[in-house]
Ligand binder design. Sequence first.
Ligand code: MG
Length: 158
Amino acid sequence: MVRIGLGRDLHRLAPGRRFLLAGVEIPCEKGELGHSDSDALAHALIDAVLGAAGIGDIGELFPDADPTYRGADSMLLLKTAFDRVKSGGWRVVNVDCVVTCETPKILPYREKIRAALAGALEADAGAIMVKGKTNEGMDAIGQGNAVEVLAVCLLERI
Ligand code: MG
């Protein structure tokens, strides 16, 4: 049996914050604003893997009102979420993600990001894809004030 999950996240961008995707820091004037380290790609993937397994969502597992998660390393949260998915008897078949932001460019960091996600999800980097897009200057994302991530994950029963 296979099951698919969809995750989405959006973070505002602000000066003085790190721009993180799957724990990979990308030099940028602005970074993601939020309670944890605000890694939008890790957050979208947490929802994708939990959704595919049918075992809840990020807000339930790691409430942002909980001081435990202030500045939390979201890749550790992804690993924790995936451990739960794995204990349910699932493995990752593949993952596909779209990161939308005006800057920075994602492509030069793609392989590092894929490797980081492959490590967290115990999958082959070849089964993980990440694409960067812009919003062509439209809306808050297009004006460089936010980053949005969409992620899908296919799981297979071990
Ligand atoms: Mg988030």
